[in-house]
Design a protein around this ligand. Structure first.
Ligand code: ADP
Ligand code: MG
Length: 764
């Protein structure tokens, strides 16, 4: 290693992980950089093997997959050179046998030097692509290294244990890669370990460098598992320590404790409610009131499915705040939802929210609405009510966050459906609390979050969960409809018409918007949307179907055969079964006022069918919406399907969800996913399934508000115990040493994590 680097590392100026590879492995560094963009020691170490081969077990050459890159170990049996018939030169053929007696031939068209090294009896490790020639397995010009008593070839490391296999990379020989790792593992003497010694001892962790050795150079299966576990632990520990610090800084500013009056407004509301709170609701309410009574600001996530009764609890908590003389703000993601909350809360509260009005409760409060589309006069009234403190509860969209909105004494902020809100927006609202205090924050979400995701993404928050739906809710029946069966598809649209005749309303959800002038569906006048729309379907445009295809929204991301909103609405208007229904469209590219107008008309029952994209996903409540038809349902994720169907059956009548599969080329695994969605309405079960079927990047990317990315080793679906353990250790560490004065290595790792996250956010 270059002297200056040694010194920098020794002086503590340079993290060994940041050492440039050129200083350790010489010219091979260029190959690593070109092939994989790997430039530092840390990057090389973090690229873990995909799998391992055990050379002591027969490799069974005859089972090698043809055409794939393999690493094999065997013994040279014979080496012969042949004069080539058709051209000048000689060919070296080396016969290598595995322990099971299978053989493979190594072929070299430039034999120079190889023959001397590949003498009979020599053990050899080779890598290359398996080919077959005249019924013999072959590797042509393989990379190889010989293994011998004399340790020739720098491949001694292959002798002792398992052979690590990395994702094949063009331009990078596995043997060169292995030798580079070998150099790194021998030259780096110590790594800075973010996990403190006492935690390592307590949990039984190997050192960090040792862990990399175990992963890259294991002797046994148990060793590489142990090493990998350690790397995961490091990752989980670092993430948890960061969350613990975020949490601490949120707690640094005190909140004013809010204790509800005995027989206060909350009690009055409970007397008014036509139902009793469920046991689960009581538990969560107690958690909320408990938080509010403390000087540490509440920072809590309330999760529960649509209809689980979160809103009522938020309202009771807000009343506790009002009781104590403070104000509460509720932030909704859209105007429609804000208005809906305002309407339903006003209704629930009745005279409690009519203080000063005739018939209102004298000691009650007022509830006001603040949105961008209000008239100037309405806005002025609301602003005044917020600033004077007359309104105990203020409901609004992001308009609430604007600078000129003032509160007399903002004590609590409730954020509904947090996915649509960024951290900055939440912080802006916080800044509206009286000087020197922070408001209590309650975030509500209808997306069930598996425990490990909650701990990793929302780990700085306390979590309350409502697991059951209150009694009286009707279940949603879900059926998978085969889009290739015209009779089933026809039946679907007849069912839609029947539903409307019976007083219900229907959502039809499409995976894309499409263009206004998208060509008609081939099924028009027949069975309707749901039939194959793509190539080879025998559609209206002849044999290749290419002119059927509107430009997909994202080139390459969406197969062009997917149903578009415009196309489907037009088709349903022309379809015999549905032609006399009132059909409107709704999608994200419409102006906000138009969207709202459609939703308002739908909510008022003036529209029978809304054909939309997934914009209706968030908590819109239309009690008479009984049915949802999802087109190309196999294109939606599990959680999304569950979320979407939660829009129907919100009134007294049971909901019906019909999941139509794509006409053609449906992935059987996708259909099985749909069947599982149809089989259960347990959101947590489905969230777990969803997590298993996705990569971590998606999980974290989807929860953009947290933006906590960059998990390299952890698998949230599988590593629950480890995450819990890391969580406990990390929170304890931060608790004991909040500034991490005694843990500079951890502090440095957190800085690196912040940088990685910033980079991720810029990309996202
Ligand atoms: P969420 O906000 O979780 O979607 P809501 O609070 O809007 O759920 O509740 C859904 C419906 O169920 C509302 O009409 C509400 O009045 C009603 N509800 C809430 N709690 C109960 C309960 N314990 N028993 C019966 N109905 C309830
Ligand atoms: Mg709700």
């Amino acid at each position: 290693m270059a002297q200056r680097h040694l010194r920098a590392v020794a002086d503590g100026d340079l993290n060994p992980l940041d050492i440039g590879l050129r200083d350790v492995v010489g010219t091979s560094a260029r190959i690593l950089e070109r092939a994989r963009g790997i430039r530092t020691v840390g990057q090389l170490l973090d690229w873990l093997p995909r799998t391992y081969l055990d050379p002591t077990r027969p490799t069974a050459f005859r089972d090698l997959p043809h055409g794939e890159d393999v690493v094999v170990v065997g013994t040279v049996r014979a080496a012969t050179t042949h004069q080539m018939r058709n051209r000048r030169g000689r060919r070296l053929v080396v016969e290598v046998a595995d322990d099971a007696g299978g053989t493979i031939e190594l072929t070299f068209f430039k034999p120079f030097g190889h023959q001397e090294r590949l003498r009979p009896g020599v053990r050899v490790v080779c890598s290359g692509q398996v080919g077959v020639w005249r019924e013999t397995l072959q590797l042509t010009h393989p990379d190889y290294a010989t293994l011998g008593e004399d340790g020739e070839g720098g491949a001694q490391w292959l002798l002792d244990g398992l052979v690590p296999v990395y994702t094949a990379t063009k331009g990078l020989s596995p043997i060169v890669h292995g030798q580079c790792l070998e150099l790194v593992l021998h030259h780096v003497e110590q790594l800075r370990d973010p996990v403190p010694e006492e935690v390592r001892r307590e949990v039984g962790l190997p050192g960090l460098l040792e862990a990399y050795r175990l992963v890259h150079r294991p002797r046994t299966e148990a060793e590489h598992r142990h090493g990998r576990w350690r790397l995961k632990f490091t990752e989980a520990f670092t993430v948890q320590a960061q969350l613990a610090r975020v949490r601490r800084s949120a707690e640094a500013v005190p909140a004013s404790p809010r204790v509800p009056a005995v027989d206060g407004l909350g009690t009055r509301l409970r007397h008014r409610l036509p139902f009793e709170l469920t046991e689960g609701q009581e538990t969560v309410l107690a958690e909320l009131l408990d938080d509010l009574a403390r000087t540490v600001p509440m920072h809590r996530l309330l999760q529960g499915e649509v209809g689980s009764g979160k809103t009522v609890l938020a309202l009771l908590a807000m009343l506790a705040v009002v009781d104590s003389g403070g104000q509460a703000a509720l932030l909704a993601p859209t105007e429609v939802l804000a208005a809906q909350h305002h309407r339903s809360m006003s209704q629930m509260l009745g005279p409690i929210a009519e203080a000063g009005l005739l018939g209102g409760l004298a000691e009650g409060t007022r509830i006001s609405l603040l949105t961008g589309s209000q008239s100037t006069a309405e806005r002025r009234t609301s602003l005044l009510a917020a600033a004077s403190g007359e309104a105990g509860i203020v409901i609004g969209t992001h308009a609430l966050i604007q600078e000129h909105v003032q509160f007399a004494d903002l004590a609590m902020v409730v954020v509904d459906e947090q996915h649509r809100f960024g951290v900055e927006q939440r912080d802006a609202l916080r800044a509206k609390a009286p000087g020197g205090t922070a408001p209590h924050v309650l975030v509500m979400t209808a997306t069930p979050i598996p425990r490990t995701v909650a701990m990793t993404v929302y780990g700085d928050m306390e979590i309350s969960t409502l697991r059951e739906l209150p009694g009286g809710r009707r279940p949603i029946h879900t059926f998978v409809v085969d889009g290739q069966r015209p009779d089933w598809v026809r039946r679907t649209w007849e069912r839609v018409a029947e539903e409307v005749r019976g007083g219900g309303q229907v959502y039809v959800v499409c995976p894309r918007i499409g263009d206004v002038d998208d060509p008609d569906l081939p099924g028009t006048g027949g069975a309707g949307p749901g039939l194959p729309t793509g190539a080879g379907s025998g559609g209206a445009t002849g044999d290749d179907g290419a002119d059927l295809l509107g430009a997909p929204d994202v080139p390459g991301a969406v197969p062009p055969a997917l149903h578009g909103v415009h196309q489907v609405a037009r088709c349903l208007r022309g379809l015999a079964a549905t032609s006399d229904l009132t059909i409107e469209i709704l999608h994200g590219r419409m102006p906000a006022e138009e969207k709202d107008a459609v939703m308002v008309a739908f909510a008022a029952g003036r529209v029978d069918v809304v054909v939309s994209t997934t914009v209706i996903e968030v908590g819109v409540d239309v009690p008479d919406a009984t049915t949802m038809v999802l087109l190309d349902a196999d294109r939606f994720g599990i959680s999304q399907l569950h979320q979407l169907r939660g829009r129907v059956g919100r009134g007294g009548r049971p909901g019906l969800a019909l999941l139509l599969t794509q006409g053609e080329g449906v992935d059987p695994a996708a259909v099985e996913r749909l069947e599982r969605v149809a089989a259960t309405t347990d959101g947590f079960e489905l969230a777990r399934l969803d997590l298993e079927s996705r990569r971590e990047g998606d999980v974290l990317g989807a929860s953009q508000s947290g933006g906590r990315s960059g998990l390299r080793f952890l698998r949230l679906a599988r590593d629950e115990d480890l995450i819990v353990q890391a969580h406990e250790a990390a929170w304890r560490t931060v608790e004991a040493d909040p500034e991490l004065e005694r843990h500079p290595e951890l502090l440095e790792a957190l800085t690196r994590l912040d940088a990685a996250r910033a980079a991720f956010l810029e990309r996202g």
